[in-house]
Design a protein around this ligand. Structure first.
Ligand SMILES: NC(=O)c1ccc[n+]([C@@H]2O[C@H](COP(=O)([O-])OP(=O)(O)OC[C@H]3O[C@@H](n4cnc5c(N)ncnc54)[C@H](O)[C@@H]3O)[C@@H](O)[C@H]2O)c1
Length: 421
């Protein structure tokens, strides 16, 4: 696979505009006046980010579930409170909105916010259906306002540096991608009364959720697109409810294969009843392999040292949380025989995959800060919406393939000029 070149652009995140790369103090004290729509678990995480951004001021909060609204309100005394997001959008004191609501609400809220002349920040995935994604993309192309979708790996240093290595050819030609996300947790939340089941457990039902693909796979597919500089042409897969047979509608186990035009494949797997394998974004090159999620790479011909030498190198590189013992089962030809190298120096922040909210320093703070700066300057960050669109369409195509038990080719009607195949 030939990857897009242009490593110099990646010195910092390639998705940040010139103004967003500057430090916070250069805005002369201006603040983006933000209204938050959705103050549930991720909304409260986003609120915390906003409260730490010097060029942001949270002026209004909206949620139609009173306990979540009041939890957030306690953190922002003086913020106006709304139960109907349309009313928040009429508020002239709000420059931009941050939307953290269930997936089926993204399209109506984003489209209404753009129509109301607000700047918009929303979370991945883009929307529940491909049609809704296209409507958002079209509205984004027509508005002069700023639109962001949070795909935080695009703003994570270890991903940016690792992909720079791939684009510089340091790991050879890319011949495969293996991404997985394993958890052992049911995704179910406690419900105070039965009529709130579908509202609170929206992730489990098809009307409001694309399941593992939109909730987890979306992040990882965005990375694969970024690495490849193009999109797969077709997808096939198998999805089942293997373990959590509790009335949910979305799969708890998916195995998906995406094929690029040159035959390179993304193997995507997610399972939420065993967490042994954790979460990894592995890119396989002819000269080496990189796990972008952990910021570690291994070279193909770097495994010929004695077992004890390998072990010492691995300990030195802090590749293990605990040191494994080298015993009779030590086999240099297995992947543990390869010497791990770190992509970046210093503490590496890894999302262990268990949190439904997000990991510390995973890039979410940077993209939120960039959004607030863009609200003030009006300067857009390049391709953030396009990337979210591409990744979301790929997730929804996988669901179509699994549900229909068929190979799905990328549909012409959802191609946009930004895409390469
Ligand atoms: N980028 C990331 O890493 C990341 C991580 C977690 C969640 N998310 C995204 O954040 C979003 C929210 O997820 P969550 O776990 O916080 O869900 P949640 O259920 O905890 O919170 C959603 C909130 O939206 C409110 N809401 C629903 N419909 C509403 C409406 N019509 N008007 C006003 N409020 C409404 C709910 O009452 C709830 O408080 C999802 O799109 C999810 O995919 C992104």
């Amino acid at each position: 696979m030939g990857v897009a070149t242009g490593g110099a652009l990646l010195a910092t995140s390639p998705w940040l505009n010139a103004s967003a790369r500057k430090k916070g103090g250069e805005l002369s004290g201006e603040k983006a006046r933000i209204g938050m729509i959705g103050t549930g678990s991720r909304g409260q995480y986003n609120l915390d980010l906003l409260l730490h951004i010097p060029h942001a001021q949270v002026v209004a909060l909206c949620d139609n579930y009173e306990p979540n609204l009041q939890t957030a309100a306690a953190l922002v005394p003086g913020a106006k409170l709304y139960r109907d997001y349309h009313k928040l959008l009429e508020d002239k004191d709000i420059d931009g909105v941050v939307i953290s609501t269930p997936l089926n609400w993204h399209a109506p809220m984003v489209l209404d916010a753009i129509a109301a002349g607000k700047n918009v920040y929303c979370e991945k995935a883009m929307a529940r259906t491909m049609e809704q994604c296209k409507a958002i993309y079209d509205a984004y192309r027509q508005t002069d306002k700023v639109v962001y979708f949070c795909m935080q790996r695009m703003f994570d240093e270890k991903y940016a540096k690792g992909i720079q290595m791939l684009q510089n050819g340091e790991l050879g030609d890319i011949v495969g991608m293996r991404c997985h996300w394993f958890r052992n947790a049911d995704w179910r939340r406690e419900v105070p009364s039965p009529e709130l089941e579908r509202k609170i457990n929206w992730r489990l039902y098809k009307e409001s959720s694309g399941g593992l693909m939109t909730e987890l796979g979306c992040h990882q597919l965005e990375v694969c697109n970024w690495v490849a500089g193009k999109l797969p042409v077709k997808v096939q897969g198998v999805g089942d409810i293997v373990h959590w047979k509790d009335g949910r509608e979305v799969y708890d186990s998916v195995n998906v294969i995406y094929s690029f035009s040159d035959g390179v494949k993304i193997n995507y797997e997610s399972l939420i009843s065993n967490k042994f394998n954790g979460m990894e974004d592995q890119i396989l090159g002819t000269k080496g392999t990189i796990d972008l999620a952990r910021g570690i790479y291994w070279l193909e011909d770097d495994h010929t040292q004695s077992g004890i030498r390998q072990l010492l190198e691995q300990v030195k590189d802090k590749a293990f949380a605990a040191v494994p013992s080298a015993g009779p089962s030590w086999r240099p030809e297995t992947k543990t025989g390869h010497i791990p190298h770190s992509v970046i120096q210093g503490d590496i922040h890894v999302n262990g995959g268990q949190s439904m909210i997000g990991a510390a320093n995973d890039g979410s703070d940077k993209i939120m800060s960039a959004y607030c700066r863009s609200v003030i300057t009006g300067e857009k960050s390049p391709n953030v919406v396009e990337e979210a669109y591409c990744a979301t369409i790929l997730c929804l195509l996988a669901n179509e393939a699994m549900e229909g038990q068929k190979i799905v080719e990328f549909p012409e009607e959802y191609k946009i000029p930004y895409m390469k195949f």
